[in-house]
Write a protein that binds this ligand. Sequence first.
Ligand code: MSP
Length: 509
Amino acid sequence: MAFYITTPIYYVNAQPHLGHAYTTIAADVLARHMRQRGEDVFFLTGTDEHGEPVAQVAEREGITPRELADRNAERFKSLMPRLEVSNDFFIRTSDPQHEARVQEILQTVYDRGHVYEGIYEGWYCPRCADFKTEAELGPGNTCLIHEIPLDRQREENWFFRLSSFQEPLERLYREHPDFVLPRIRFNEARSFVAQGLRDVSLTRARLRWGIQVPWDQEQVFYVWFDALLNYVTALSYAPSPMETESVKGQGLFERFWPATVHLIGKDILKFHAVYWPALLMAGGLELPRHLFVHGFLLMDDKKMSKSLGNVLDPFEVMDKYGTDALRYYCVRDVSFGQDGNVSPAAFESRYESELANEYGNLASRTIAMIVRYRDATIPAVPTDPSLAGDFEALPEEVAALLDRFELTQALEVIWQRVRRLNRYVEERAPWRLAKDPAAADELDRTLASLAEGMRAVSVLLAPYMPATTSRLLGAIGAPTVDYARAGFADRGSGARVEAIEPLFPKQPQ
Ligand code: MSP
């Protein structure tokens, strides 16, 4: 099955921060999980480079928008390998192929009669690059997101007939209750539509930094339309990921459109849940299957953002604790889909109690005992059915949760097994069994079961913590992370193990 997942494309007017890393890590977990299951995956991320916010920052810094975009796009691009993110392509909206395809699609939208010329006057936020509706105004005509005064703007430009999609969008929300997830965001989107849709500006006259409107030399496309289309345009020029027999020769568009899921933050819901499906309908294109809307990572109950100055630097965290610790923390501490506070103290506490003490320690002591008591070989004996029972249906449970993009819950059910394994060590006390020659079989079974449990949880944890699980699985002679190997086997593997350095050192550098 094709699985096409996207992140929002990031504005290049800011440096990457944890909020950006967050969506990307979440998308990566899902992409890796689907690859484990043998699905045909395409994972897209990239940068949103046109529009006023970028032009304004460039002007302030005395450089051209293109120079700013080149410099900052590089920072986002290099963030991906740093985060161990396995995107198949990195799109930049300044790519000439993207620009050409945007012009082509929007020309079709124009030719099909969805565009007209008019005058717009309204409250505009230059940071959001968005005209606000009455319901979106803060006190004194301010932006609720950026807490800055809005500009009153009046402009002659081209309009997209969003209002004519009122009925089709109502039908979409009636007939596809899982188009937007979670439910609270679905309701929000549906009620936005229900309030009545007004036409929106498709182009901007005052700006040069954007994609030229093919039928009007004086205008460029409004950045949001240019940006949303990245999800489609990338498929016309990205290189193809591995092809299986069944999809050989197919173009990426045929293979992957419609997208399975766009992951987005709640601040960009309106664009994705209202403008985007309307635009696709206008262009005669199929709609994505799902939007999954996550919440905000907050610090002291405020959204972390460059403009508010309260940023937790993902690079610092990774330098000190490693990438997997950051990946784990992002998904673990804040339930994916909801808002939640993050803090250095909460990070350190999870690192210490869960990564170092629970998972890391389980690995170290299990391997150490196998080395010591069984000459570094996992006994090839039947595993303990009572422990196996606690792992039954775990892979299916994880897959079902991840099919609904429930990243935190899936991690939680896996982690319950990590804890179960630690309890098993305490219950069986292998160090006591080792002292009793009559308990040799029992010790064999205990060690085989522990190694097997650790292997099974690590296969399921691989999408969350790819580097660490790969080290551990390598050390126990079971490097494969195929989902088909995620079940708890009824026999110890007989493989040799190697001692490893602590996976999550107590005193990181
Ligand atoms: N360029 C637009 C998206 C266009 S998609 C066609 C944009 N860019 S952004 O860089 O401002 O934000 C990208 C994503 O990062 C959004 O989904 C946003 O919600 C997310 N985050 C930015 N700060 C965040 C937090 N503090 N917490 C969680 N995610 C947040 O919007």
